[in-house]
Design a binder for this molecule. Structure first.
Ligand code: ADE
Length: 256
């Protein structure tokens, strides 16, 4: 998979080259290019922002600089100019992190893991001139996504979160692929939160591992894990329980 990130702080994306993702890059599973938006400025100040039309606080990122950057990273094709569908080559998907975007979820992570090429556009200040997004949407799919109901200083930290979420789903990135299959929000768990985990020793600071986990009875262990997932989700995320499809709950679940 190819990933391009456009930002005014390329050094902010360095953590993507560490640990598990760094290994995936080294092994050629992911190719990552981080671009400095200012490379596409033409003035001595290398300005990327300007005052907002209509007044108000803050600055808006300029469309010309972003337009040139996106044209360079996702070159226009013949068919873009003529509005026709082009051959078999898939278009890149542009992802623009913004607190005003659609919520980024595990489902989005799964969708992104199936893409061939993703481009991330990191906004700062009050955001990017909307015409940049509208223009890009004329030639590629564009997602404006939010990683949560809070406001960050810019999109860079959101890109770290989003890339980490989908990259671990790519074949070969995780040592043990079944760990992703059993995650919180996974289909295997019916979208529930994962319950608690324990390792040795059996007793630590007077706290004992639940007996059932030492029983060796796999059916009982599975039932216990299911109960824990349900109880935890009910307490912490009742909204997820409400969204459970009727058929996801068996009689025991309902009795809980
Ligand atoms: N940029 C600033 N805040 C953000 C958020 N919550 N999600 C994604 N991008 C952002």
């Amino acid at each position: 998979m190819r990933i391009d990130v456009i930002t005014i702080f390329p050094e902010y994306l360095q953590p993507l080259r560490a640990a598990l993702l760094g290994k995936a890059i080294e092994r050629g599973l992911i190719s990552l290019d981080v671009h400095d938006l200012r490379d596409w400025t033409h003035d001595v100040h290398r300005a990327v922002d300007d005052a907002p039309y209509g007044g108000g606080p803050g600055m808006v990122m300029k469309p010309q600089v972003w337009g040139e950057a996106l044209d360079a990273v996702a070159p226009r094709t013949e068919s873009d100019e003529h509005g026709t569908e082009h051959g078999t080559g898939r278009r890149p998907r542009l992802v623009v992190p913004t607190p005003a975007g659609r919520p980024f979820t595990q489902r989005c992570a799964q969708e992104y893991a199936a893409e061939e090429h993703l481009i991330f556009a990191c906004g700062r200040y009050e955001g990017i001139d909307q015409r940049v997004i509208d223009d890009a949407a004329r030639r590629m799919p564009v997602d404006e996504v939010s990683i949560g109901d809070y406001v960050l200083v810019g999109g860079e930290a959101a890109v770290l979160v989003i890339v980490e979420a989908f990259a671990r789903l790519l074949p070969g990135v995780l040592g043990n692929p079944s760990s992703a299959a059993q995650d919180s929000f996974s289909t295997a768990l019916d979208g529930l939160l994962e319950g608690p985990s324990y390792t040795r020793p059996e007793v630590w600071r007077d706290l004992a591992v639940p007996d059932v986990l030492l029983s060796g009875n796999h059916a009982l262990v599975d039932r216990w894990r299911r109960d824990q997932a349900l109880v935890r989700t009910f307490h912490r995320r009742p909204d997820l329980v409400d969204r459970l499809p009727e058929e996801a709950l068996d009689e025991r679940d309902r009795a809980l």
